[in-house]
Design a protein around this ligand. Sequence first.
Ligand code: ATP
Length: 308
Amino acid sequence: MIELEHVTKLYGSIPALRDVSLHVPKGQTVGLLGRNGAGKTTALNLMTGYFPPTKGKVRIGGKDMLSDPRACKRMIGYLPERPPLYDEMSVEDYLAFVSELREVVRKANKAHVEEILELCSLTDVRRRIIGHLSKGYRQRVGIAQALCGAPEILILDEPTVGLDPKQTVEMRELIRRLGEGHTVLFSSHILSEVQQLCSRVIILNEGHLVQSIDLKEEKKDTVKLRLRAAIGRDKMLKGLRGLKCVISAEAADSPEEGTAEAVLECRPADERGRATDQIFRLLSEMDAPIRMMTEEKDTLEEIFLRST
Ligand code: ATP
């Protein structure tokens, strides 16, 4: 739905994005992560057609942003870092105004605004002046304006930044709901937020795309295990390394006296059965009681720190 193909963006001579290619598939909620200055806002501004890339192509729904900007922009609702709100207008008048700008047919406009007010839980404040609203409500109005014109794609630049914990939880719930009917791409600094809401995460670092990870991916070729058993370290490693399913076995520090600990990379199963079953059998034959065996999963935090 959103494609960047070998996109480079220079501000004068400063490269903000360098040869970035990415694809956000239809219907997915994708998180864009990166440290300050990584190029997140630049990427979002390119996708929304705010400015063109120095090199490369931006495609939205298969259409080229440069040659068909109107069709592309019609598919996108954008919540920028600072939403363009008219502080002196009421919430409902503002949304009706934005819908009109987005060419919603006048007759349908009222029902359209009603639906957005409902979806963004803004019905209670519909007649309030935007300038008098709390930051949480203002941010929701920012999302509501992005929904005007019923775009298929929502692009949100740090939607929870500056919100208090309750407002943050409410905003995340809103993004989750919006993800049910839209393709959503949002930038964030908060790893747990991305993990909670997204099916994919794209990590930028110093203008490079360094990772694109499927967070829902379940099928894995290898599994990482941490094992502790009451046995000598060298004996344990030798035994483990003799198993066909074990790709590598490295010693780790054990906190328990009289035990050895190892981190293993294994094939989850082979013709001799599951890796964990083979390890149990081996240690039982070696008369070495297992004190712990757990699967080690890379947290998003570890992946993020490694890639940036
Ligand atoms: P943050 O999380 O701090 O908002 P970001 O990941 O969104 O950062 P960008 O705002 O895209 O990063 O900036 C990427 C790089 O481009 C940074 O080095 C920034 O200083 C630089 N940059 C951004 N906008 C401009 C501009 N208008 N002129 C010159 N340099 C810019």
